[in-house]
Design a protein around this ligand. Sequence first.
Ligand code: ATP
Ligand code: MG
Length: 355
Amino acid sequence: MNTRYRIALIPGDGIGTEVLPPARAVLDAVGRRHGLSFGYDTFDWSCARYRAEGAMMPDDGLDRIRHHDAVLLGAVGWPGVPDHVSLWGLLIPIRRQFRQYVNLRPIKVLDGVPSPLAGATGDVDFVVVRENVEGEYSEIGGRLNRGFPDEMAVQEAVFTRPGVERVLDYAFTTARRRGGDLVSATKSNGIVHTMPFWDELVREAAGRFPEVAWRQEHIDALVAKVVLDPARFDVIVGSNLFGDILSDLAAAVAGSIGLAPAANLNPERAYPSMFEPVHGSAPDIAGQGTANPLGAIWSASMMLDHLGHPEAAAEVFDAFTSVLAMTGVRTRDLGGTASTEDFTRLILEAVTGSQ
Ligand code: ATP
Ligand code: MG
C-alpha cells in the first residue's frame, strides 16, 4: 500500500534553497523503502519576493498551504530586509494561524561532532519544548512621549490558561514517553504576574502526570547548568522567550547550528505542522554549495515522525549519524571540505543501504 503526502516546500532565501533539495532527496529515498510517496508544491515566499513584490507571501498564502500534510521550510532572512518583515510576514502567521503552539528542538551531541563544551559527550540527549504562539512575543504595548526625556515603551506578555496548559501537557507527555524528567524554566522571583501563573499551571500539570519527576529552575541559573552539565537534562519546557533562548543555546552546545532541527507542531493535526532547520539563510556562505544539509534533513526526519512513520524517521537519523561517525567526510562548518552535494550523496547511500 502506498501512502501519499502533499508537502508544501518553502525554500526561502540563501542556503535555505540549498538545503531543501537534499532533504527532499532523502525523503524520497526513505519513502521508497516504506511505501510513502511525497508530492511537493514549491512556494517562492522569501525576502527576494518581498523585495520584488512588497510581501513575503501573497494575501491568500495561508489558504494555499492549509490543506497540505506538512510544511518544510529552508530559511528566510536577508541583509537589508528587517528581521521583523520575515518574522511577521511569514513565520509568525504560519505558526499562529496553524496553531503550531509547540516548538520542539531535539538536542544531541552526535558521535563525530565535537561540542564546544569539553565535558559534553554522547550522553547529551534532551529536547527543548518552547511555547510558540503567545507569551512575551505579543504585539500588545506601545511607545509614549517619543523624543521627550520621559520617553517610554511598554510591552505586554500574554499567558492564557489554555495556551499554557496545552504546551505543558505536550511537554509532560514527551517526558513520560522518554521515561525522563522535566524541568520548567521560570523567573517567578522577578516577573511577578505571568511567571507565578506559569508555575501554578506547571504544578497542576504535574498532578495530571504523577509518574513524571519534575522541577523548576530560574532561567538564569538554568542556562548556566545547560552549559556546565548538559547531560543531566531530558525535557526542558519554557515560555516563548525563555524557550527561544534555551533552544539556540542548546543548539550551540550540540556542536553546530548547521545540524540543529526544529519542528513547529500542531499536535492535534488540525493544521499542517512546519519543519525547519534552526539556522538562518547564512548570506556569508550562500551560493557556494557548502552548506551543511543536516539541519534540514534532520527536520525532514522529524516530519516523518510527526506523520506517523517513526521507523522511517529513525532510518534517516541513523543514516546521517552513521555517516558522521564512520566517515571523515564533513561540511565546512564541521571542519571538513565536503560540498553539500557530496555529503548528501553519502547520506543517500546510507539510507538506501540500510536494512
Ligand atoms: P538569522 O537571523 O536568519 O537567524 P543568522 O545570521 O543569525 O541568521 P545564520 O544564517 O544561521 O544566522 O548563520 C550563522 C553562522 O552560521 C554563519 O556564519 C553561517 O555561515 C553559519 N551557518 C548557518 N547554517 C549553516 C549551515 N547549514 N551550514 C554551514 N554553516 C552554517
Ligand atoms: Mg539568528
